[in-house]
Design a protein around this ligand. Structure first.
Ligand code: NIG
Ligand code: FE
Length: 383
């Protein structure tokens, strides 16, 4: 068993409470058997079998992107262009992608996911959640999840994305909670519902989550994205691990999130790409809510795969400090997926880490749009 000592770490973000809340300057990391074996000040670093000098750069945990929709075909660039000159975002565009996805072969869908996962990897994402939701038939949802499973364990059944054409909401909820769930559950860990006006109401959302739970899937929600609504309260009432978007919140929503510990996953790329108001991360953090940042990478509301961009937007537009934003994009994402092995670099964590082309993680927000991800390690191996 060989151990590797990383030296020359100008600043280490480990999220280890033993190092305090601020990143640790002049640090070192020991990796052994794919796990973090030691972190601390460079001057007290233990001996190891091999060492590698990262050259005075910052090291952060790999990003944990807890919300993406990578299984699709085609794009909606024209829809984006129209939005930038005033056309509002409409979830109705989802049906355009559904038609393209149904027409694609498994090979085409797989190649598209591979391309996007690779894009994410190069930008420092080492754990990603991937949803279905552009199939909306038993066959197309099941094959979407089978494709996603080739890339990640964090797969989410989102049959309840919108009601497809040619069926009533009642019929469709029956399908989602019956044959579709049966075909999809073997490929999924989570079940998600778009709980929003124009998508699924509270009763329909409850029905899908309850059926998912019986099939062994844990729940998460898209809620309060396009306007105020009951989704966040429902997520808190049900004790879901995360509720995503959280753009339109009232005081009781914020209080419920703080009381229950349900993670509020903010997706600032969506507001960037839809010209909508950003969620108020500062209000959530000040209330004691657990906050995650994720990309929501999808061809409609947000076609970025970049967690560094999300960090920069969260700092510039949502009132987060750089340290808070990096935490939300790493440890926050892990909390949103109920994972304790990733998102931090405490002893025992999977050695998923990123060496930045920068002396501190602040540069992720300070130098927006600059490719600062220099080296990415997954389980201690450079990828
Ligand atoms: O998370 N809100 C619903 N679903 C996606 C958007 C899907 C689309 O427009 O294609 C989202 O923003
Ligand atoms: Fe989404």
């Amino acid at each position: 068993m060989t151990s590797l000592l990383l030296t020359g770490v100008a600043e280490l973000t480990s999220h280890d409470p033993e190092h305090g809340h601020a990143p640790l300057p002049d640090a070192a990391v020991v990796v052994e058997s794919g796990r973090v074996a030691w972190t601390g000040s460079a001057r007290s670093a233990p001996a190891a079998d091999a060492s590698y000098d990262v050259g005075g750069r910052a090291v952060v945990p790999g990003f944990v992107d807890s919300h993406s929709h990578l299984v699709f075909a085609g794009d909606r660039a024209q829809e984006f262009a129209a939005r930038m000159t005033g056309t509002p975002y409409s979830a109705g565009g989802i049906r355009t992608t559904v038609a393209a996805t149904r027409a694609a072969t498994d090979e085409q869908l797989t190649a598209n996911v591979a391309r996007l996962v690779d894009e994410m990897r190069r930008q420092g994402t080492t754990t990603v959640e991937v949803k279905s939701g552009y199939g909306l038939s038993v066959r197309d949802e099941a094959r979407s999840l089978a494709v996603a499973r080739q890339f990640t364990e964090e797969t989410t059944f989102l049959g309840a994305h919108v009601v497809p054409e040619g069926t009533t909401p009642e019929e469709y909820v029956d399908l989602v909670t019956g044959p579709m769930l049966e075909a999809c559950a073997p490929h999924a860990r989570w079940v998600d519902v778009f709980c929003e006006r124009g998508a699924f109401d509270v009763d329909q959302t409850r029905a899908v989550l309850a059926a998912g739970a019986v099939a062994g899937l844990r729940g998460r929600l898209h809620a309060n994205q396009l306007g105020p609504g009951p989704g966040v309260q429902l997520a808190c009432e049900l004790g879901l691990v995360a509720v995503d978007h959280c753009t339109y919140l009232d005081d009781s929503d914020v209080a419920a999130l703080a009381d229950t510990g349900t993670v509020a996953t903010l997706l600032p790329g969506v507001e960037f790409s839809t010209r909508s108001p950003y969620p108020d991360a500062r209000r959530l953090l000040d209330a004691g809510v657990r906050v995650a940042l994720a990309s929501d990478c999808n061809p409609g509301s947000c076609y970025t795969s970049s967690m560094p961009l999300c960090v920069a937007l969260a700092v510039r537009e949502m009132g987060m400090s750089p340290v808070e934003a990096v935490r939300a994009a790493t440890l926050g994402g892990a909390e949103a997926l109920d994972r304790d092995d990733v998102g931090h670099l405490r002893v025992g964590a999977r050695a998923d880490l990123v060496v930045l082309e920068a002396p501190s993680a602040i540069h992720l927000a300070y130098r927006p749009g600059v490719p600062l991800v220099r080296e990415v390690y997954v389980g201690g191996r450079r990828v």
